[in-house]
Design a protein around this ligand. Structure first.
Ligand SMILES: N[C@@H](CCC(=O)N[C@@H](CS)C(=O)NCC(=O)O)C(=O)O
Length: 211
């Protein structure tokens, strides 16, 4: 029986399927070839056990033996310590991966998330849109310059690419990378990887099984 257990919702509505953050963890586990199994927690009611694992009542969380970890970034950093397929072992390489992990989750996801929510709720163009769109534009312009010069963020594929590509793919889903060819090509490159395809298919099948 695998020690690694990934928990996600038992079901979610149609819209977030393919984008629920357990996909980041599935993707990393597949890249590393680590054995794991997936368990479900109810979407409709978040009980005390759920809150004990994830204090915001969200998913995912990962248990590794008696260790329980929430936050997709923290989970990927943990997995990065288990496999050099996910992060290099040397201190310089490790530090580069860590800075890009935080860049993905803090500098880029911070403006990308409200931008995507505005798009989803058809609020683009309404009040505050210029601020929301302008904030993301600042980050995309800089990411475009970075990605124009490299295949992966740290010179080799790592957990930082899983997170950055997953953040940018949400923007791309609303056509937000139309003016950023290097960023779009990066997302295409990352999501063409067999590990992403398997993670995506497995998530879709997991939620479809509950319909
Ligand atoms: N910062 C958290 C965010 C987790 C998150 O937003 N999870 C979503 C699914 S992708 C969720 O559980 N949403 C339901 C809710 O917030 O009630 C992480 O990266 O793990």
């Amino acid at each position: 029986m695998p020690d690694l257990i990934l928990t996600t919702y038992d079901w979610v509505p149609e819209m977030p399927r393919g984008f629920v953050r357990d996909l980041r963890v599935r993707w990393a586990l597949e890249e590393a070839g680590l054995p794991y199994r997936v368990e479900s927690t109810p979407f409709k009611e978040r009980d005390a056990d759920h809150i004990a694992h994830q204090p915001f009542g969200q998913v995912p969380w990962l248990t590794d033996g008696d260790l329980s970890i929430f936050e997709s970034g923290a989970i990927l950093m943990h997995l990065g310590e288990k496999s050099e397929a996910l992060a290099p072992a040397d201190p310089r390489g490790r530090a580069e991966v860590t800075e890009w992990v935080f860049a993905a989750l803090n500098s880029v996801e911070m403006p990308a998330l409200p931008w995507a929510m505005y798009q989803f709720m058809n609020l683009a163009g309404g009040p505050q849109w210029d601020f929301v769109d302008g904030f993301l534009t600042l980050r995309l312009q800089r990411m475009e310059a970075v990605l124009a010069g490299r295949e992966w963020l740290t010179g080799r594929f790592s957990i930082a690419d899983i997170l950055m590509a997953d953040v940018l793919r949400v923007v791309d889903n609303f056509d937000g990378l139309a003016g950023y060819p290097a960023a779009r090509a990066y997302v295409e490159r990352a999501t063409a990887r067999p590990a992403f395809k398997k993670a995506h298919a497995d998530q879709m099948a997991h939620f479809a099984a509950a319909d």
